[in-house]
Design a protein around this ligand. Structure first.
Ligand code: ATP
Length: 195
């Protein structure tokens, strides 16, 4: 079974690409959604409290992810500490998730930060999804009901992805000119033929 990473900038269309693969009956591990589940774990909550204090918890003593995101937004050090806590849990969870799917030809792992967090060694192949910057900004702003300036800041935090593009095995151009479905089906066929 091949483990395939799907990465690219925020708003590039990673989830959209993965949804098409799901229509082709490929299982997808959505790393952000899985990571968020760990914030309910008592031991994880305790460690987050140790790292950031009460201020990142809401009235029900749940981790307030928005507050935490604001806190670590411009603090590389704190972001690193949070990553050191959450990433090993996600990686371990992904490995178990894969073990339950050993009979499949390939599975996908969706994450914007495969290269930044040096997770690429986990994968046999990597798909990079890209789109023109102006399109990314419009999509992020529209989807998250934010202004273009906020979208720009979020995008700038991920610019290291430029390196990722050159390292990836497949690049999908989601510029609304190429047919996304055709691109996905092409890669689907390539990955299946590698078995
Ligand atoms: P994030 O990293 O923030 O999760 P993403 O890379 O997964 O983003 P998507 O959520 O797939 O990106 O797409 C961002 C937005 O752009 C969504 O609202 C999606 O519906 C829209 N979008 C993506 N691709 C296209 C397309 N080809 N045509 C029209 N809209 C698109």
């Amino acid at each position: 079974m091949l483990k395939v990473g799907v990465t690219g900038n925020i708003g590039s269309g990673k989830t959209t690409v993965c949804r098409i693969f799901e229509h082709l009956e490929i299982d997808v591990y959505y790393s952000d959604a899985r990571a968020k589940q760990f914030y309910h774990d008592v031991a994880v909550k305790q460690q987050i409290n140790n790292l950031f204090g009460e201020e990142v918890f809401d009235a029900e003593q749940n981790v307030d992810i928005k507050k935490m995101a604001i806190r670590i937004f411009q603090n590389e050090n704190e972001l690193q500490r949070l990553n050191n806590l959450i990433h090993p849990l996600v990686v371990n969870d992904f490995q178990k998730w894969c073990e339950e799917r050993e009979n499949q030809n390939f599975v996908l792992f969706e994450s914007a930060i495969i290269y930044q967090c040096e997770l690429s060694h986990l994968f046999d192949k990597i798909i990079f999804v890209e789109a023109p910057v102006e399109m990314l900004l419009q999509r992020i702003a529209q989807r998250d009901k934010a202004d273009v300036e906020t979208a720009k800041q979020r995008l700038e935090n991920q610019q290291k992805n430029e390196i990722g593009r050159s390292l990836a095995d497949f690049v999908i151009c989601n510029d609304e000119k190429h047919s996304l479905i055709q691109e996905v089906v092409h890669i689907y066929n390539m990955l299946n033929s590698k078995q």
